[in-house]
Design a protein around this ligand. Structure first.
Ligand code: HEC
Ligand code: HEC
Length: 336
């Protein structure tokens, strides 16, 4: 008899009801990884709206147009090489602008920039369109001004007509910004091995790469480098666990990070957490371009963000994982 009652305590209908209640949560449970794959369709914006390909075509042209610079020598692509990594050449800790002028920080890649919550190391531009004004007017980048650029572009009647066919007010700084931003929306690099793994292709990662990902999570790198861009979705202090800047020496104004934007002492040395997508291809690292290799960058992160000394073997595994974040541009895997 007692056996019978014990058996009765197992209530299949309760189990079934419990499973039914879980159903709405299933999609969430299926994507419990803190990183999500890059969307495969770059022609759709974050609101699900299809991009205007006329703007994309115009934006691509402008991205490669020297007339956006004061002395007609520099294009956006001069510092953001799309044939390689969307960033500057590895020999340059900081970029060279008009007349060989030296910039203050390392050029980040434009690939996947659309998925960053703000633009620039210190987040001073809210979006891609706003960002464009930075380099055009920056004296050590393109060294020009909007009136100057508009005058030059308006002299090109074919180009002016192309503007007119899309924008009723023709060549305007806001339209230049809008078109370049539309083009930049297409600069994405989906299908990295890690993304394939996230999509369920379990063979896309080796056992060591997967171990590297586990370490990336267990050491807390994931607390800052997460989401679709493996970064780019929050601000954090550089030097949470130690004074990176004192150790490095030679302080610069750019080291102040977001403080330069807000003047709030709490924002001293605070930076946008950079995306780690394609990071294997974008040395040198950090806003100051101080780390030549990924190994060095991971060492610095362990020391100043996690507060530990990296074990060589674990560091090597994490670096292997970081290599799996290299994606494809226009169907071809990026390479150095
Ligand atoms: C002289 C080199 C140079 C030129 C020319 C240049 N950039 Fe940059 N770009 C940089 C540097 C350096 C940064 C980082 C600046 C900072 O954060 O303060 C940057 C940052 C960016 C970012 C932000 C990426 C991020 O993750 O925050 C985007 C987007 C971008 N540039 C697009 C462009 C476009 C579009 C043009 C042309 C209108 C352009 N750049 C011209 C060097 C350059
Ligand atoms: C508390 C937040 C935080 C944690 C934890 C953290 N990072 Fe970072 N990471 C940052 C910030 C902020 C930067 C940018 C620093 C700068 O250049 O100003 C950065 C930069 C990097 C870069 C250089 C990217 C580039 O393009 O220059 C790499 C690589 C990196 N982190 C890897 C890691 C790894 C691996 C771990 C774990 C061991 C880790 N991070 C933990 C916040 C963090």
């Amino acid at each position: 008899m007692s056996e019978f009652f014990r058996f009765r305590r197992f209530r299949p209908w309760l189990l079934a009801a419990g499973l039914l209640a879980l159903l709405p949560a299933l999609p969430v449970m299926a994507q419990q990884e803190p990183i999500s794959p890059l969307p495969l369709d770059a022609l759709v914006d974050h609101l699900g709206k299809t991009l205007d390909t006329r703007k994309v075509v115009l934006g691509e042209k402008l991205f490669h147009d020297k007339r956006l610079s004061g002395d007609n020598t520099i294009t956006c692509a001069s510092c953001h090489n799309l044939a390689r990594n969307g960033a500057d050449v590895p020999e340059r800790p900081v970029s060279l602008g008009v007349g060989g002028a030296q910039g203050a920080v390392n050029a980040p890649t434009v690939f996947n920039a659309r998925y960053n919550f703000r633009q620039f190391w210190d987040g001073r531009a809210a979006n891609l369109a706003e960002q464009v004004s930075g380099p055009v007017r920056n004296l050590v980048e393109m060294g020009s001004s909007w009136p100057e650029v508009m005058t030059k572009l308006n002299r090109d009647s074919a180009l002016a007509a192309q503007f007119q066919s899309i924008y009723s007010d023709g060549v305007q700084s806001k339209n230049i910004q809008d078109a370049i931003a539309a083009y930049e929306m297409t600069l994405t690099t989906p299908n990295a091995p890690f993304d394939k793994w996230l999509r369920g292709e379990k063979g896309a990662l080796t056992a060591e790469e997967l171990q590297g990902y586990q370490l990336f999570k267990s050491y807390g790198c994931i607390a800052c480098h997460q989401g679709v861009n493996v970064g780019g979705n929050m601000y954090q202090t550089f030097g949470v666990m130690g004074d990176y800047f004192a150790a490095r020496g030679n302080p610069t104004e750019a080291d102040n990070g977001r403080f330069n934007v807000t003047r709030d002492p709490a924002d001293m040395h605070v930076f946008k957490v950079p995306s780690l997508r394609n990071v294997a291809l974008t040395p040198p690292y950090f806003h100051d371009g101080s780390a030549q290799t990924l190994e060095q960058a991971v060492d610095v992160m362990f020391r100043y963000q996690v507060g530990l000394r990296a074990k060589p073997q674990e560091k090597a595994l994490i670096v292997k994982f970081l290599h799996t974040l290299t994606g494809q541009y226009r169907g071809k895997s990026l390479a150095r």
